[in-house]
Design a protein around this ligand. Structure first.
Ligand code: ADP
Ligand code: TRP
Length: 319
């Protein structure tokens, strides 16, 4: 079974990204054949500012957080240009209505983000990403389900004309993954400016954590932990006795939220220590990162080529 994930290189990663998606991706490498790529073409649809820098940052972050090039095929989308060819072929199998109904396009235009063609045809490129590698499963956040459904629709239309050529993919949503709260208690998201970054320096991380919104309760009073934003973040890093111990500290009273914030900053710093060290290594060895990506692209190409070759013949592009 082949599992494929596309990652948009969109800047500093936060702990919501880690617990909501990256951790699962890293764990999936142990169980299935994993294909993971940096969707730099897709990132162009939202402006593409600093794209080259962000692509390298994304590669560095994901390698540090556990994408293992020995277990996964890991590459940059634009290094396998065959997807662009398939994208064009698939465009001829994509009814306008299918794209006009896409939520992500509708939402962005509703927000007044000027629509261009790449934003509109984004799902067709995503379909090409998925279909060129014969992917079976595509793990996605809820916002991306429709895009995988579009890929399925396009594949079925293509297969109706040419036979059983493209693998029909399934999406997989991690229902059990909880939403990580931001420092204001809303869903943590870059767009809400309420994030705690994974790779910030210690001082600024503590500064951010100190801004977490908490109830106003006197130090000596017992405190609610279930509804506390600090606790809800801390529990991501704790298990078993340490979690119970933290609950006890809330119930006992005698400590203010400031104490719990310092504790959270400490356990978080400790949790990401190993990842940080790995990141520092890759940051200092960017050539090694480029080499990993280039080996990944070669492996990905080996899988993409037979698909596109078959399609060139079937469609008559090859003459
Ligand atoms: P952002 O909202 O900060 O722009 P993205 O949309 O780039 O984040 O999210 C990338 C991945 O991280 C997605 O799979 C998404 O489901 C996951 N993710 C983002 N924020 C959270 C959160 N607060 N809790 C759980 N998962 C999250
Ligand atoms: N659209 C996806 C996102 O924004 C990224 C992506 C591009 C992708 N191509 C893909 C995800 C193929 C899965 C499969 O998160």
């Amino acid at each position: 079974m082949r599992v494929l994930t596309g990652i948009q290189p969109s800047g500093d990663l936060h702990i919501g990204n880690y617990f909501g998606s990256i951790k699962q991706m890293v764990e999936a490498q142990e169980k299935s054949e994993t294909f993971a790529f940096i969707a730099n073409y897709h990132a162009m649809t939202s402006g593409g500012k600093d794209l080259s820098k962000l692509t390298m940052q994304c590669a560095t972050d994901f390698l540090a957080l556990g994408i293992d090039p020995k277990k996964s095929v890991f590459w940059v989308q634009s290094d396998v240009k065959e997807v662009l060819e398939l994208y064009w072929v698939l465009s001829s199998f994509t009814p306008m209505g299918l794209l006009e109904r896409a939520h992500s396009y509708k939402d962005k235009t509703a927000k007044g983000i000027g629509a261009n063609h790449s934003l509109f045809s984004y799902p067709v490129l995503m379909a090409a990403d998925i279909l060129i590698f014969n992917s079976n499963v595509v793990p996605v956040g809820k916002d991306q389900i429709q895009h995988v459904e579009i890929a399925r629709d396009i594949a079925i239309k293509f297969n109706n004309q040419y036979g059983d050529i493209l693998t029909i993919p399934e999406f997989r949503v991690q229902e059990e993954v909880q939403t990580v709260p931001g420092i204001d208690g809303q869903k943590m998201s870059k767009s809400y400016k309420n994030v705690v970054n994974i790779f910030g320096d210690e001082k600024s991380q503590l500064k951010t954590i100190k801004k977490i919104v908490t109830e106003n309760v006197a130090v000596e009073e017992p405190k609610e932990y279930e509804s506390c934003n600090v606790y809800n973040m801390a529990k991501l890093f704790l298990q078993g006795d340490s979690l119970i111990e933290l609950q006890e500290r809330y119930k006992r009273g005698g400590e203010g939220h400031g104490h719990f914030k310092i504790y959270l900053a400490d356990i978080m710093w400790e949790y990401f220590r190993e990842f940080r060290e790995k990141r520092e290594y890759y940051e200092a060895h960017q050539d090694e990162v480029r080499e990993i990506l280039s080996i990944g692209a070669a492996k990905a190409k080996e899988v993409a080529l037979p698909t596109i070759e078959k399609i060139r013949t079937l469609t008559g592009i090859r003459y």
